[in-house]
Write a protein that binds this ligand. Structure first.
Ligand code: SF4
Length: 507
């Protein structure tokens, strides 16, 4: 788990292995279940997304609005830069003492009547959650938007156990009804427009009025009516957490619809699944993030619903509370001095909204859980860079730096991307059979390592390339070099090199 707690037992819940696949830390489903279906590389997935003009239009609109709101909200406080710096410092300091803070959190949650479970990977977390829900006898579980719950693949695991997981946030409900994948951290259905949502509700949502218009208010009211009965009859809810306050063992959730508050208060059993990096030492630290997060994410001065709960209180709210602390590759990221900055992330989605790559490809090209620039640095660290799909993520960027400029906790995303590209190259070097790219680079290194070899290659190469030209341009290079000319022409090189010209001039 954490660097100083290697001997922890994973769970006090768990004997009901579910054997399902999820998003485990090292790119497999772990030893307990079959691996997830292979994902395509980012470029291949993005190519498919780029042909969807409706999605591109929807994303362009959604990100432009979010960008504008966040820019206005973050320009208001005179001490915004100082707040960002405080957020960065708190996060970094907390990560360095993570083991101590987590142990303090466990003690406080236990003292308040809750139970803490430690999940080293997604398979273990699925097992814990499935066993806890089975023990209640419930056939249905409510979920309030949580990336960690999605990360562990809880929905599929529960379905295999005959238990239905119901989304309660509007955007998550849209994604679930559409049997879709989320495309944004904050607005998982950002790729859908309201006409599509109306059509989906009419087809898939029981009780949707046949004359349902496609205005947002009516759509939200229809979803509310659909969910109301479920809230009232729910016996178990699963949530994520935005923050875990170590000093009191308090879990904090920020949301704007009130569905999270319903999930926290109405069911008998509450299960919270949270990444171990969500811990903040004190309430004074939390105060900084309560200012940073809403302004950077939705462009609000404060989040409409800030719910916090500490263990159990007899006669008030759930009678049973379980906190599942998830590692799933986070300690691997923590061990990397540069890469660990990704664990500062508060999931505000500001980096997605300014990213020119994300705006065009949408979030699903980045994989099933973490989209956009933060996904490009978090997923390869949690899963490793051995698979082609994970190794492609650090390259899903132009390195323009817009993400680092807006990040409320000052993560140098381009710097981490470059660092991870180095890791991808290193991992390829370790393969027993070198890749064609590596062979080509070795050949180039050999050629450029000697001035005579370099000049000969340049002379012959120039002659050969000029033969391939049409109308003064090279439209297609062969082999691996062809990637260069896939989207651009190459200008014709001059017939004489600079060195040749210099020699002739001084002869
Ligand atoms: S990396 Fe920064 S900007 Fe992106 S989601 Fe995380 S906190 Fe927000």
């Amino acid at each position: 788990m954490t660097p100083s707690s290697p001997g922890r037992t994973p769970s006090s819940a768990g004997t009901g292995g579910d054997g399902t696949a999820g998003t485990d830390g090292r790119g497999t489903a772990g030893a307990r279940g079959p691996g997830p279906p292979p994902r395509p590389k980012f470029a291949a997935a993005a190519r498919a997304a780029l042909t969807d003009t409706r999605q591109r239009r929807n994303l362009r609109g959604a990100t432009a609005v979010a960008r504008g709101r966040a820019a206005a909200a973050t320009a208001e406080p005179a001490d915004w830069e100082a707040l960002r710096e405080a957020g960065r410092a708190i996060r970094d300091e907390t990560l360095l003492g993570l083991d101590t803070h987590l142990e303090g959190l466990e003690r406080a949650v236990t003292a308040a009547g809750g139970t803490v479970h430690w999940a080293p990977d997604a398979a273990e977390a699925r097992r814990i959650v499935t066993a806890l829900v089975r023990a209640t006898g419930a056939a249905e579980v409510l979920k309030a938007g949580s990336l960690a719950v999605r990360e562990i693949g809880a929905g599929d695991a529960l379905a295999r156990a005959g238990i239905t997981l119901r989304e309660t946030a509007l955007a998550d409900l849209v994604v679930q009804l559409g049997e879709d994948e989320p495309s944004h951290l904050l607005s998982p259905a950002a790729h859908r427009d309201r006409a599509e949502i109306r059509e989906l509700f009419l087809r898939k949502m029981p009780g949707a009025p046949p004359d349902l218009p496609d205005d947002p208010e009516a759509l939200a009211a229809a979803a509310r009516a659909h969910l109301r009965g479920r809230f009232l009859s729910a016996r178990v809810a699963i949530t994520g957490a935005n923050f875990l306050v170590a000093e009191t063992g308090t879990v904090v959730v920020l949301e704007s619809e009130g569905n999270g508050r319903m999930c926290l208060t109405l069911p008998d059993t509450l299960i919270t699944v949270a990444g171990i990096e969500k811990v903040v030492p004190t309430w004074a630290d939390l105060e900084v993030f309560l200012q940073l997060l809403p302004r950077s994410s939705s462009g609000d001065r404060m989040t409409p619903y800030v719910s916090s709960w500490t263990g159990v209180t007899p006669g008030d709210g759930p009678a049973e509370f379980h906190l599942v602390l998830l590692d799933n590759g986070r300690t691997q990221a923590l061990a990397d001095e540069i890469g660990r900055a990704a664990l500062r992330c508060v999931r505000c989605s500001a980096c997605l909204n300014v990213c020119p790559v994300y705006e065009r490809t949408g979030g699903r090209a980045y994989g099933p859980v973490y989209p956009g620039p933060i996904g490009a640095i978090l997923t390869p660290q949690m899963r490793g860079v051995e698979s082609a799909a994970d190794a492609s993520l650090p390259y899903a960027s132009t390195l323009c730096g817009a993400c680092a400029d807006v990040c409320p906790v000052k993560i140098d995303i381009p710097g981490v991307l470059v660092h991870l590209r180095g890791k991808v190259v290193e991992s390829r070097r370790r393969r027993p059979v070198p890749t064609p790219e590596l062979l080509m680079m070795r050949g180039l290194a050999w050629t450029m390592g000697d001035p005579r070899r370099y000049e000969t290659a340049l002379r012959r190469g120039t002659r050969w390339v000029r033969l391939m030209s049409r109308g003064g341009r090279i439209r297609r290079l062969p082999g691996l070099l062809g990637t260069w000319t896939e989207a651009r022409d190459l200008p014709l090189p001059p017939s004489e090199s600079f060195r040749g010209w210099w020699r002739r001039r001084n002869a």
